[in-house]
Design a protein around this ligand. Structure first.
Ligand SMILES: *Cc1c(COP(=O)(O)O)cnc(C)c1O
Length: 401
C-alpha cells in the first residue's frame, strides 16, 4: 500500500476516535426483529427501521423463494439495457397505484433515488430550497446538481420554519431562477417529526415552485395503508415528486420516485444510477410485491406499529424522558452531551437493549440523543423490558452526577 496514503487514513481514523465519532457496526446473528442476537448478546432492538416486521415475514420470504425458482438470483444487466424483467415492471405499476401517482420508477435504494432524481431535474438556472434537517442523501443529490443550493446564499431554511421558506421563495423570484425546487423529508429521520406539508404545498403554489418530499420514514408508517405524507395530509396530486424507500417499512431494499409519467420518462433517460447500475435481483421485486399485498390487505402490522408507538411514547413521557416532540415511531430520547449519550448506549446494551446514540455531525453539537424506534415486531414485554432498562440506566447516570 502507498505509505503516505496509509498514514493519512490512520491519522483520519485517529481523529475520529479522539472526537468520539468513530463507528463500529454491531453484528446481528439472527434475522431483523424485535428481539435479536447482536454481538453474541440477546437484546431488544430499538434501532431498526423494520417498522412493520416485514423483513422476516414468512409470506415475503416465500415470495422471494418462489421468485428465485422462477427467475434465478440476478437481473444480469442495467434496467434499460435488458435488466428489466416483468416482475420489476409489475412492482412499479403496483407502487404507482399505491401512491396515487401516474408512474413510479424504482432505483436500487432510497439514497440512489435521491442522487439519481435531484440532479436530473435541475440546471444551472435553478435553485433548490431545503429544510436544514434534510437527510444526507438529499444533500448529496443536491450537491451533484449545478443548481444554486448553498446555506450561505439563503437557500437552506430553519427546520420547518415557513416564514423562512417564504423569504427564500421571494428572494428566488427576485433573482429570476427558472425552476425553484423545495425539498423536505416527510418524516425527519433523527427527530421523528412530520414536515408541515400542507403549508409547504400552499407556498409552492403561491410562488410557482416544485415540491419534492422524501418519504423514507413515512413509507409504511403514515397515510392510507402507509402510502406516505401526501396521503396523510390529503395532498394527492399536489406534491410533484415523492421519494419512497423499499428498505425500511417494506422490509427489503430499494427506493423509488413517484410522480407524473413524464418525470419517469425523463429519469429513465437521465437518471444516472438507473442508467449505469444493475437492476434489483428479481426476488427483491417479488418480495416487495408481497410486502405491498400485506400492507394493502392486512391492517394488523400497521396497527401494531402505532399501538406500540403510542404506548412507548406515553410510557417514556410518564417517566419524565424528553422525546423532543416526535410524532412518529422515531422516538429520540434527549441526552444532550455526546459522551453521556454514548456511555448510556453502552449501559443499555449491557442491560439487553440496543438504542443507538446519535451524535454530531448527524445531529447538532450538544444535541445527542438515544434514538428508539418501536415496531410491529415488538411485543408488549419487549417494550416493558426496554422501559425498565432505560429507567435503571438513567438513575445510574443521574446519581453519578
Ligand atoms: C434511509 C433514508 C434514505 C435512504 O434510503 P435507503 O433505501 O436506505 O437507501 C433516504 N432518505 C431518508 C430521509 C432516509 O431516512
Amino acid at each position: 500500500m502507498n505509505a503516505p496514503f496509509q498514514t493519512w487514513l490512520t491519522g483520519q481514523i485517529d481523529t475520529l476516535k479522539d472526537q468520539n465519532l468513530y463507528k463500529v457496526p454491531r453484528i446481528l446473528e439472527t434475522p431483523a426483529g424485535g428481539r435479536v442476537v447482536m454481538n453474541g448478546k440477546e437484546v431488544v432492538n430499538l434501532s431498526s427501521n423494520n417498522y412493520l416486521g416485514l423483513a422476516n415475514d414468512p409470506r415475503v420470504k416465500q415470495a422471494a423463494l418462489d421468485a428465485i425458482e422462477k427467475w434465478g438470483v440476478g437481473a444480469g444487466a442495467v434496467r434499460w439495457i435488458g435488466g428489466t424483467m416483468s416482475v420489476h415492471d409489475e412492482l412499479e405499476e403496483r407502487l404507482a397505484k399505491f401512491k396515487h401517482t401516474e408512474a413510479v420508477l424504482v432505483f436500487t435504494g432510497g439514497f440512489t433515488a435521491n442522487s439519481g432524481c435531484i440532479p436530473a431535474v435541475l440546471t444551472s438556472n435553478d435553485v433548490v430550497i431545503s429544510d436544514e434537517l434534510n437527510h444526507a442523501s438529499i444533500i448529496d443529490g443536491v450537491r451533484l446538481s449545478p443548481a444554486a443550493y448553498r446555506k450561505s446564499e439563503g437557500w437552506v431554511y430553519a427546520h420547518k420554519d415557513m416564514d423562512a421558506l417564504e423569504t427564500s421563495l421571494k428572494k428566488a423570484n427576485e433573482k429570476g431562477f427558472e425552476k425553484k425546487l423545495i425539498i423536505t423529508d416527510g418524516v425527519f429521520s433523527m427527530d421523528g417529526d412530520i414536515a408541515p406539508l400542507p403549508d409547504i404545498v400552499n407556498l409552492a403554489e403561491q410562488y410557482n415552485a416544485i415540491v419534492m418530499v422524501d418519504d423514507a420514514h413515512a413509507s409504511g408508517v403514515l397515510g392510507k395503508n402507509g402510502a406516505g405524507t401526501a396521503s396523510h395530509f390529503g395532498l394527492y396530486g399536489r406534491v410533484d415528486i415523492q421519494l419512497g424507500t423499499l428498505s425500511k417499512a417494506l422490509g427489503v431494499i430499494g427506493g423509488y420516485i413517484a410522480g407524473p409519467a413524464v418525470l419517469k420518462d425523463w429519469l429513465i433517460n437521465r437518471g444516472r444510477p438507473y442508467l449505469f447500475s444493475t437492476a434489483h435481483p428479481p426476488m427483491v421485486a417479488a418480495a416487495l410485491i408481497e410486502a405491498l399485498n400485506i400492507m394493502e390487505n392486512d391492517p394488523t402490522p400497521m396497527q401494531r406499529l402505532w399501538d406500540n408507538t403510542r404506548w412507548w411514547k406515553q410510557a417514556l413521557a410518564d417517566e419524565g424522558f424528553d422525546t423532543m416532540g416526535s410524532e412518529t415511531p422515531i422516538t429520540p430520547v434527549y441526552v444532550g452531551d455526546e459522551g453521556t449519550a454514548q456511555a448510556m448506549e453502552k449501559a443499555l446494551f449491557e442491560e439487553g437493549v440496543y438504542a443507538l446514540a446519535i451524535v454530531f455531525p448527524t445531529v447538532g453539537r450538544g444535541k445527542a440523543r438515544l434514538r428508539t424506534m418501536p415496531s410491529a415486531a415488538h411485543t408488549q414485554e419487549d417494550l416493558e423490558f426496554a422501559l425498565a432498562a432505560f429507567k435503571r440506566v438513567r438513575d445510574r447516570f443521574t446519581s453519578a452526577g
